[in-house]
Design a protein around this ligand. Structure first.
Ligand code: URP
Ligand code: ZN
Ligand code: ZN
Length: 455
């Protein structure tokens, strides 16, 4: 079935204009005004914004960790993504210690194939350096996995600075991109030990164990290594003024640095860790939720274009049965928050309230910049003839209140419980086919692996 989306406000990062979009054979076939075609189904978008499908470039689905496996796998996570208007995700495939990148890619393909409601690609997290990693990275790039992640924290995942430098050098040669979890792992370990020695065992100790400078110094270290390697760099889940300042310094020095933050760092403050009882565990993620001053700095940076992408870092654990593994010891609370479903709702609400953003800025943060940075553009991320027919018809006058009881995410809570969002997605098309209608996700898993290009 081909579709003619009529009379919407078409949004790109460059601007917005009233118009129509013809979607044929899964692709955007024409853009214009007064378009008319025989034999196509008309979707009335009057009064609505029409965005290119949103892209979430930071998810952890079906990921094993000490607490077991994340609550969301590809079926539940990608259905939740689609419900919010996200038509493509980039998930973190992760090398096992002693394993190869090829084995990790194979494992993640199996998790996702025929089980994804939206399109997907993978970053590859390198956790075990061997001298042939550069050749393995090249093999990944040939298969459309053109970005790599390094962790500066988590003892089971992190590389040494020297190894991070080698990954960056290999990436620079290959035209690949390295993204980094920037926390100083030694400082985190010491901070956790210090809190425990003080007898602070509850979730309120989590942010105290990793203060702002732990991120700031790690961002500086990562960007110094990128400079030495002559590599572009991408900082994931930026949460602090210190980290932002380190990025500014590197840019002033001529480096290309991409910055990502997440809805939780733009909306919540560390007051969440003062909630009664064990409630604060719902918000235990790394880096932790920060102060009001950090939140405001990040909002300004997003408005000013200093932050390019807003992704979720969706890493979901149930409160009952998973987060409560750390009831007696905060360091055993699995780290991560759910968010894959609600990112566009929350960001749209913010854009209309405390963090004014134009629809074009939203489009840049949620779709176009992620696509361009990660080699998905021009297939995804914009409204252009020839692009995939991934469209979100967004009704700015269809309010939704976020409730865990209504969500498709497989968790028993949401960090955004009770958020009143003034607009919501009405219809979502994935490669030219309706996948969400009147807010309901249709059955099926038509999501495809999307190979990405190098730089
Ligand atoms: O707490 C978090 N963010 N967990 C997910 C893994 C990561 O650090 O990105
Ligand atoms: Zn991380
Ligand atoms: Zn993450």
């Amino acid at each position: 079935m081909d579709y003619l989306v009529k009379d919407g406000v078409l949004v790109t990062a460059e601007g917005q204009r009233r118009g129509d979009i013809l979607v044929s054979g899964g692709k955007i076939a024409a853009l214009g005004t007064g378009l008319d075609r025989e034999g196509v189904q008309v979707l009335d978008a009057s009064g609505c914004l029409v965005f290119p499908g949103f892209i979430d470039v930071h998810t952890h689905l079906d990921m094993e960790c000490a607490a077991g496996v994340t609550a969301d796998d590809f079926p539940s996570g990608t259905r939740a993504a689609l419900a919010g208007g996200t038509t493509c995700i980039l998930d973190f495939a992760t090398q096992d210690k002693g394993g190869t990148l090829e084995q990790a890619l194979e494992a993640w393909r199996k998790k996702a194939e025929d089980k994804s409601a939206c399109d997907y690609g993978f970053h590859m997290a390198i956790t075990d350096w061997t001298e042939d990693i550069p050749q393995q990275m090249e093999a990944m790039c040939r298969q459309g996995v053109t970005s790599f992640k390094v962790y500066l924290a988590y003892d089971n995942l992190r590389l040494t600075p020297e190894q991070v430098g080698k990954v960056l050098s290999a990436a620079a040669r290959l035209g690949a991109l390295v993204c980094a979890h920037c926390e100083d792992g030694d400082a985190v370990n010491q901070g956790v030990a210090r809190q425990k020695a003080l007898g602070h065992m509850g979730p309120e100790a989590h942010p105290l164990s990793r203060p702002n400078w732990v991120e700031g110094s790690a961002v500086t270290q990562f960007l110094d290594l990128a400079k030495q390697a002559g590599a572009e760099a991408y900082v994931v889940h930026l949460s602090t003024r210190e980290g932002l300042e380190a990025i500014r310094q590197a840019r002033q020095g001529g480096q290309t640095v991409w910055a990502e933050t997440c809805p939780q760092y733009l909306t919540l403050t560390d007051q969440v860790y003062a909630l009664p009882g064990f409630e604060g565990a719902k918000f235990v993620c790394s880096p932790p939720i920060r102060s009001q001053a950090d939140l405001e700095a990040l909002r300004q940076a997003a408005q000013a274009g200093e932050i390019q992408t807003v992704a979720t870092d969706h890493c979901s654990f149930r409160f009952h049965g998973q987060k409560d593994l750390g009831k007696e010891d905060f360091s055993l609370i699995p780290n991560g928050l759910p968010g894959i479903q609600h990112r566009p709702l929350v960001m749209y609400a913010l854009s209309q309230g405390d963090c004014p953003l134009t629809p074009s800025q939203l489009c840049a943060l949620l779709s176009e910049a992620p696509a361009k940075i990660y080699g998905l553009y021009p297939r995804k991320g914009s409204l252009e003839v020839g692009a995939d027919g991934d469209l979100v018809i967004w009704d700015p006058n269809a309010p939704v209140t976020i409730r865990a009881k209504d969500q498709l995410q497989a968790t028993d809570y949401t960090p955004f419980e009770g958020w009143a969002c003034p607009g919501s997605p009405r219809t979502v098309l994935l490669r030219g086919q309706i996948r969400v209608q009147d807010g309901q996700v249709l059955e099926g898993f038509p999501g495809q692996f999307i190979p990405r290009s190098t730089r």
